[in-house]
Write a protein that binds this ligand. Sequence first.
Ligand code: DLL
Length: 470
Amino acid sequence: MRGRADAGPAGACVDSHGGSPQRERSMIPAKTISRAAFHPMSAPDFVPAELLRELQLSRLRGVVTRAWERVPLYRSRMDEHHLRPDDVRSLDDIARLPFTVKADLRDTYPFGLFASPMEEIVRLHASSGTTGKPIVVAYTQQDLDVWTSVMVRSFAICGLHHGDIIQNAYGYGLFTGGLGAHYGAEGLGATVIPISGGNTDRQIMVMRDFGVTAVCCTPSYFLHMAERAAQLGVDLRALPLRVGVFGAEPWTGAMRSRIESLSGIQAFDIYGLSEIIGPGVAIECPCQDGLHIFEDHFYPEIVDPDTGAVLGEGAEGELVLTTLSKQAMPIIRYRTRDITALMSGACPCGRSLRRMKRISRRSDDMLIIRGVNVFPSQVESALLDVEGTLPHYQIILTRAYGLDQMEVQVEVTSETFSDKIGALEQLHDTIADAVEHVLGLRVEVTLVEPRAIQRSEGKAKRVIDRRLQP
Ligand code: DLL
């Protein structure tokens, strides 16, 4: 008998996995949350929607005024559109404001979007951009307090509380994952192990010897840890570990099932981005049916990625976020490039915070191969349907005679790898068919032995693009 996972003031208690009628699960983790978790900081999760909208409007007006008064880029953009802060009279008026894009942060590098003097800024982070200059983000003490509060609320939603032992394997440093989760876990009153990413064998030793009850890291890194634990003879299902707080990269429902069945934990999807605050913009509740957005601090819209037109509830498009309380670096209508949809209807958990679907992909990680649009997540979902493969794969792009070539390297399980050639050939063809079915494109498939694909301790690198190399 599983315990009641989440008791909010609304009184709607939801069993860890039974809350969502839409959700069918074949794998139910052996260990689930057994204690009711309500933290005083979680009160805004349950504010009636009308009050929430009033709060959002007054905060929106404040943030637009601050940006217009203090940040030249916002003032000039609004001037171009003949807009003044007073023109924001209702929440719908947000659609009249110009967008902010990643290039704006790069063009004003390093401090051009700051709305506070440096002596009021107590922390800087930067995104780990792979090309060009990073983008720099800033926090006042009040911003850090808000960030901590949304992370406390995130952990509380996952059923964590005072007394939990949280192993924080997000990278510490300029990346927001490490310190964001760290302050949230401390704010919750939990015990934090600031282990950061890497040294997988030590991670497993700590997990076992320190009685860890929750782990934070990217889902791909946790999967790697779980597989390594099995190799070392450590049964994660037998440990007190019961919760995983995973994010910073797209992952699928099938990946979640694999993680949960290997380790017996409940795996929660947490979303965030440096430009807005870091982790803690949105998180799943125990119903695991969409991520609740902390709407009292971040205002979401969904727009058509091509035209920028605002789309209605339920429509899939690009997530646009506005910070409602940020002081050091207010961000207005930020084009995240993340593709999702706002969900309608109340969540059985009783939270009034609106939900978004898990981020399936980015609008800009789309690959165009011989005219066909390809998203790495489509390849992942095809592979997860094929038995005998591991969800470790890499897409390698090359160009021959002006034509793009795509190879999918897929790790197979050790049992499959030691099978007869005929069986491997059959598996190869099954995968090639499955990938062709989802992509509408025949690609080269290569089966590789277990552990042949390099593991990442942070975000997994799924695509190696050699098309532009000489
Ligand atoms: O990845 C912040 C974070 C840290 C989130 C730890 C969750 C946990 P950035 O490095 O700025 O910040 O990358 C942000 O990562 O725009 C998404 O494309 C992607 N992303 C983040 N969380 C998720 C998620 C951190 N749960 C970018 N699902 C975002 C899918 C995610 N993609």
